[in-house]
Design a protein around this ligand. Structure first.
Ligand code: SF4
Length: 173
């Protein structure tokens, strides 16, 4: 295992959608990710997810905000996110809310979001209103606090780690 000193935190950097998704799933995952520890780049699951995203919708327009790359935005503006997961997750909705927040900060009047799960032919609407904005701002603040921490957050209970690409790091010893 590499020393975590090898991975300085990017706590001064902007918080993107992946940061928020990881924070909601597991703060430890965010902490490791923010230090450049990214085993998901080697993960078959991630590669599979990319294939699903690339082949499900043919008419799409990625929006690259720098700190976040949104799958696509339709008129309105509605933020769309595609997941290869077979189960909707609060982390996915939080990711979409964060994209709504980032767009709104750029002066865009956001209508809401939709998470697409093509493998189970399901969509989940993500409302965008005052409560959602507060939740997004709160998640961003908490994510920054996690990133800035000098020690990694505790591991989740093992059952919460199923499918996580950081399994070897957290449980490999
Ligand atoms: S393996 Fe478990 S504790 Fe480690 S980052 Fe993933 S979810 Fe968190």
């Amino acid at each position: 295992m590499s020393s975590l000193d090898d991975f300085p935190a990017d706590d001064g950097a902007a918080v993107g959608g992946v940061h928020i998704k990881y924070f909601v799933h597991c703060p430890r995952q965010l902490w490791l990710y923010a230090r450049g520890y990214r085993p998901e780049h080697r993960s078959d699951r991630v590669a599979f997810g990319q294939v699903v995203a690339d082949t499900t919708f043919t008419r799409r327009r990625d929006i690259d905000l720098g700190e976040a790359k949104i799958d696509w935005v339709t008129t309105g503006a509605v933020v769309h996110e595609t997941k290869s997961s077979r189960a909707p997750s609060p982390a996915h909705a939080a990711q979409v809310r964060h994209y709504c927040l980032l767009l709104e900060r750029r002066g865009i009047s956001v209508r809401g979001g939709t998470v697409h799960y093509p493998l189970i032919r399901r969509t989940t609407d993500v409302p965008w209103d005052d409560d959602a904005r507060m939740a997004a701002e709160d998640a961003e603040t908490q994510a920054r606090n996690v990133i800035a921490a000098t020690e990694p957050p505790a591991r989740l209970a093992r059952t919460g780690c199923r499918g996580c690409s950081y399994l070897d790091y957290c449980w490999g010893d």
